[in-house]
Each structure stands twice: as C-alpha cells, then as structure tokens.
Design a protein around this ligand. Structure first.
Ligand code: ATP
Ligand code: MG
Length: 409
C-alpha cells in the first residue's frame, strides 16, 4: 500500500502556511489490512481510520457517485484498485486535489499548483455540483485566502450560481451548514464569505434575511456607506480585524436584520428595527441550530445595540434595565461581548473605522458600579425575598445615578 498526504496539508505547505491538520489517503489497501496494522476505524459512512500512535486520519482511496438528493445521497466505493487520481478527482477544488508522498513528490493531475500560483479557486470536475456544501466551502476558502489575492474562477462561480438556483442548498443539514458558516466567520476575511455567497445567489437561499439588507439605504449622517448590506460586511470585517470570538461575529452579521423589513416609504430611517429584527434573528438561529451562546448574543445585540451607542445619554433607570437584561452579575463575559459587538457596529462604517468608542468604557464602568452594590447591608437591615430584590434594585439605581453624574460631569 502507498500513503499520501492530501488536501489542506499539501496546499498549505505549498503556500508556505503552517499546517495544522493532516489528511492522508491510502492506495492499494483493504479495510482488513488496515485493521491488522492496528488502525482504528472511525465514521460509519467512510472507510476512514486513525493511526494507532499519532491519531491522524487515514482514508482509503475511494470514488463517489451521487445517488440522490442532499449529502446522504452518496454512494462510496473503496477498494485496493481505486487509484490516487480517481480519489483526487472527487475533491472540490484543484488546490485541494493534490497529493504528496514521503519524499514530497507531488501528484497533481488537475493542476492545483498552477491555480495556487495564479491564486484561483477552481473546481476539479463537473461532479462539483453533486454536493451543494461545496458552495459554502468555496466561499469559506475565499474568505480564508482573500488576503493572498485568491478569487473564484468564473466557471466555478457559474456552477455555484446553478447550484444555488436549483434549490439544492435547501437539502443541506443544519449541522453541515453551520460547521462551514462558523468556520468561515472565524477566517481573516469573513465578509468575503458573505460576499461570495451573495454573488452566486446562495445567500438568498441560505439567509434571505441578510441578503435583503443589500439595497436598503440608511441615513448618510450616521452611515456614510448608506447601504445596509455593505455596512453589515464592514461590521464583519471589523470583527475579524479586532479578533473577535464567534459569538460576536455572529451577532455582527445579524444585528441589523430588522432594517430589511422597513417599508420603503420610511427609508432611510429604520424606526424600531431593533424589535422588528428579533423574529428574523430567531429564525436564522433556528435554521442552522446555532449554539446557544451565539443565539443569545445575536438576539441581545439585535435588541440593544442602539442602547449601546446611546449609552452616555441613557437615563440611569434605562441603563439599569440594560444591565439587568444582560444579567451582568452572573454573565459578565456576555456583556463584554455585547460591548464589543456595538463597537464593531460603530466602526463598520465608511471612513469611521478608526473612531473612538467612549461608550465601551462608560458601559464597563456602569456595570462595575452596579456590581459593587453589596447585598450584605440590605440583609442586615432585614430585607428578604422580593423585597430584597427591590431594595437591591433601588441601591443599584442610586449607584448608577452617581456614576452617571460623575462620568458625564
Ligand atoms: P482545512 O485547512 O480547513 O482543514 P482542508 O482542505 O484540509 O482544509 P477538510 O475539510 O479537512 O479541508 O477536507 C480535506 C480534503 O477533503 C479537502 O482538501 C478536499 O480535498 C476534500 N473535501 C472535504 N470536503 C469535501 C467536499 N464536501 N467535497 C469535495 N471534497 C471535499
Ligand atoms: Mg483538513
């Protein structure tokens, strides 16, 4: 049997990038031979094994044929007769369809190296269209390598357009989609992921609520970029520049969904978009079975981001309500993430990327003031139950009034 490194490991080595996860393909072996060598089988669907010592992945060379809709609709054929070239042709992009042996001899039947040098993301064969997830994968690689100058080949874009139009994207499971979306959002240029999806019509299929923001104007005084879709892309871009976690990036993507619902007569204003957007944010969250922390932050940021921007003008009582809504006493991290998302929103505007955001420290100070109100003296005064809660709230309000006065004096 022969073993080759394939996929990302080969691609990233040739790009001079660090290689983290190594995939290997084994040609000329049977499952029985692998098991006899101590490899541990994984995955019910694929002939994939883990190395007994290193734990790295070894897959038997295989061919695939589409036999139905969606990803379940695939049949695999693995046998010692399947050649390396046959295994490579089922892969998504030419730059992902190269293999190398121990001596670093490259097997590159589909000209991945040429495309790597030309900075082109190009599909390997028409079989690309058999798995709609590849539309998301290409957009994700575009987001990852945009900084190196990579773009999607025209003919690949054509295929992605056809796939989007066919409605096949609807057959993707929430889990597969979210895995690509979440990884793409964590890339260096997550806005490119959304832009590519939009360009091929996939955004309209996957997240029509986000797609609807393009072409919706906002007041130029606050939004020199005017277009809400462009603003959303800029906010995402800022979130990556500022190394924000996934929760914040997800919230950035969804924060303005309500603006897509504003009747045209009201443009460019978007009164109460924070509230109208909530049901859309909820729908997108549920569609992709998004992890709970991401769901929660997106909803809170959607509802309260304008509070964040107006923090210094908020009455002490409104400020207190905001802090209570975030349960800052038990969830300090979540409030920090909210502040970050607001800051990204403020900076994700044309020409305002470098602006300062004094609201951030002001909100942190307010949270600190509210947290510092001690319970003990109230207990000593005999408060308990709901009355204790009320008394605590009164004291916190007092503290916030004092804080506001001192901070804005
Ligand atoms: P990463 O650095 O993100 O791990 P990768 O290219 O290694 O990038 P993997 O998801 O680990 O991506 O997949 C390994 C290889 O398997 C890919 O390079 C590609 O050749 C192939 N592959 C994975 N998923 C698909 C798919 N849905 N369709 C076609 N080929 C795929
Ligand atoms: Mg990989």
């Amino acid at each position: 049997m022969q073993v080759y490194k394939v996929g990302g490991a080969v691609r990233d080595r040739l790009l001079g990038l660090p290689v983290t996860d190594v995939d290997r393909v084994v040609v000329g072996a049977t499952t029985e031979e692998m098991l006899a060598k101590g490899f541990r089988p994984v995955g019910a669907d694929f002939p994939v094994f883990l190395h007994p010592k290193t734990g790295e992945e070894y897959a038997l060379a295989r061919t695939e044929r589409k036999s139905g809709r969606g990803y379940g609709g695939f049949t695999f054929y693995a046998s010692p007769e399947v050649t390396l070239e046959e295994d490579l042709i089922r892969r998504d992009l030419t730059i992902n369809a190269m293999a190398e042996d121990d001596q670093l001899n490259l097997t590159d039947p589909y000209h991945g190296q040429r495309d790597l040098e030309a900075r082109i993301l190009r599909h390997v064969s028409p079989a690309f269209a058999e798995d709609p997830l590849r539309v998301l994968r290409v957009a994700r690689f575009a987001a990852r390598y945009a900084g190196l100058g990579f773009t999607v080949a025209d003919e690949t874009m054509d295929l992605m357009c056809q796939l989007s139009e066919s409605g096949e994207l609807q057959a993707l499971t929430a889990e597969r989609s979210w895995k690509e979306i979440s990884r793409a959002l964590m890339e260096d240029h997550p806005q490119v992921f959304i832009q590519v999806l939009r360009d091929c019509g996939a955004l309209k299929e996957l997240m029509p609520e986000v797609d609807a923001l393009f072409g919706v104007p906002q007041p130029e005084t606050h939004h020199p970029e005017i277009d809400t879709g462009l603003h959303t892309l800029s906010v995402l871009e800022q979130s990556a520049l500022h190394k924000q976690p996934l929760t914040v990036r997800w919230a950035c993507l969804l924060h303005d969904l309500g603006k897509g619902l504003t009747p045209e007569e009201e443009w460019p204003r978007h009164i109460a978009h924070e509230h109208t957007g909530l049901k859309l944010i909820k729908a997108v969250n549920e569609r992709f079975k998004v992890p709970k922390d991401c769901q929660e932050l997106a909803l809170l940021v959607g509802q309260y981001h304008t509070h964040g921007h107006r923090a210094l003008e908020l009455k002490a009582s409104t400020l207190l309500e905001l802090l209570q809504s975030f349960d800052i006493y038990r969830r300090p991290q979540r409030f920090e993430e909210f502040i970050s998302a607001c800051e990204m929103d403020a900076r994700g505007r044309k020409g305002l990327e470098q602006r300062s955001y004094p609201q951030a420290d002001y909100l942190r100070g307010a949270a600190k003031a509210a947290r510092e109100v001690a319970v003990q003296p109230l207990l000593e005064q005999g408060f308990k139950g709901p009355e204790l809660g009320e008394a605590l709230k009164r004291e916190r309000l007092k503290a916030l009034k004092a804080y506001k006065e001192a901070a804005t004096a």
